[in-house]
Design a protein around this ligand. Structure first.
Ligand code: DX5
Ligand code: ZN
Length: 227
């Protein structure tokens, strides 16, 4: 199965202490983590609010080597993309449901520097973005409804991952890596890896525990077995 690279765990800072985000990054950088997931929520696309460009910039300045995968759960992201670009932002991901001109928005991201990503809510079929997939370096399959950490994994999303893997195998022009987000932990990690996801976001399963380093290493140890 073509999978586009080594699987890895992306800790989501949503479940970390919001007053000590730089320390939360530092802690897991020390454990070998190089890519973190940042959840930006606007109180409209999702009911919850988190943080915006100043925090992404501050973390980019504070981190030693870490890079970030920024997950924009915001309406009209096309108006704010440039604000989220730093030399540490590797992936910048918008939601398909928030982008009437997705193809153009993904190109806009690439022109700004980061790798473009597109996210799908659990209820959005992959067919909705098929026309624009050539422009995406990453497809984020939400495995919970976006907005909160600590929810339960939605099992039927495994089929969506498999569909995206199949399309990538069938078409030479598709190169995206598949990321999953929501409810990932020791009981679900193997099933999403088996289905073909290679970037696995974990918030509560890491920062929601008393020993984030230990939990990160445990999950990363499983992910490392997948290429
Ligand atoms: C939810 C966010 C997730 C969240 C996942 O809307 O997009 O990144 O942090 O949290 P867990 O891993 O706790 O389900
Ligand atoms: Zn997320």
């Amino acid at each position: 199965m073509s999978s586009t690279g080594q699987a890895r765990i992306l800790p989501s800072l949503l479940s970390a202490d919001m007053g000590r985000l730089a320390e939360a990054v530092d802690l897991l950088e020390g454990a070998g983590c190089e890519l973190f997931h940042l959840d930006v929520m606007d109180g409209h696309f999702v009911p919850n609010l988190t943080f915006g460009p100043p925090t992404v910039k501050a973390l980019s300045g504070a981190a030693e080597n870490a890079r970030f995968c920024v997950h924009l759960m915001i309406n009209e992201p096309e108006n704010l993309l440039a604000e989220f670009v730093t030399d540490r932002v590797e992936y910048l991901t918008v939601h398909a449901e928030a982008c009437p001109h997705l193809h153009q928005t993904l190109r806009q991201i690439r022109n700004l520097g980061p790798k473009p990503g597109v996210a799908l809510n659990p209820g959005t079929p992959p067919e909705a973005i098929q026309y624009a997939l050539k422009e995406a370096d990453l497809v984020l399959v939400m495995t919970v409804n976006p907005g909160w950490g600590g929810q339960s994994f939605i099992e039927p999303m495994l089929d969506k991952i498999q569909t995206l893997v199949r399309w990538r195998e069938q078409r030479e022009d598709l190169k995206y890596v598949i990321e999953v987000d929501g409810g990932i932990g020791s009981t679900t990690v193997s099933s999403v890896l088996d289905a073909g996801a290679r970037l696995l976001v974990a918030g509560n399963a890491i920062y929601g525990t008393s020993d984030p380093v230990e939990e990160y290493k445990k999950l990363e140890g499983i992910a490392k077995q997948y290429q």
